[in-house]
Unconditional design. Structure first.
Length: 131
């Protein structure tokens, strides 16, 4: 079931302590940064182990420019840390002599991505009440 969110007043908080209040702007920007998708350079770095894996095991490689564009488009919403984790897990678990599809790569971090978004929503709600 859905978690019941209690207002900060129920925790005995009417205003954050001064040291916490000073951190709130930084916390808000850090939360936003955790959701930023991988930029072009981060994408290349995260995907390099997969390319190495494909080349090492001689997996059939489709048209490289088209494949690169397709993978980039379908994985573009993943933050760099989750993209790297997804690639690592794909390499560890991929069983067949075919190119792993983007859905297989994503499947390794879908839960993480969903949890991160839920935690960010909850944190934003608390920040808005405290800030």
């Amino acid at each position: 079931g859905a978690r019941r969110r209690e207002p900060p007043e129920m925790w005995g908080l009417t205003a954050p302590p001064a040291d916490i209040a000073a951190l709130l702007p930084t916390l808000g920007s850090n939360l936003a940064a955790m959701s930023l998708p991988a930029g072009p350079e981060q994408y290349v770095v995260a995907m390099k182990p997969l390319v190495d894996f494909i080349q090492t095991f001689g997996l059939p490689m489709p048209n490289l420019p088209k494949a690169t564009q397709f993978y980039r488009e379908t994985l573009k919403d993943l933050p760099p840390d989750l993209l790297a984790k997804a690639v690592e897990q794909t390499i560890r678990t991929h069983k067949y002599h075919v190119l792993p599809k983007p859905a297989e790569i994503r499947s390794h971090v879908e839960w993480d991505l969903r949890e991160r978004k839920n935690e960010q929503r909850a944190a934003k709600e608390v920040l808005s009440r405290l800030g």
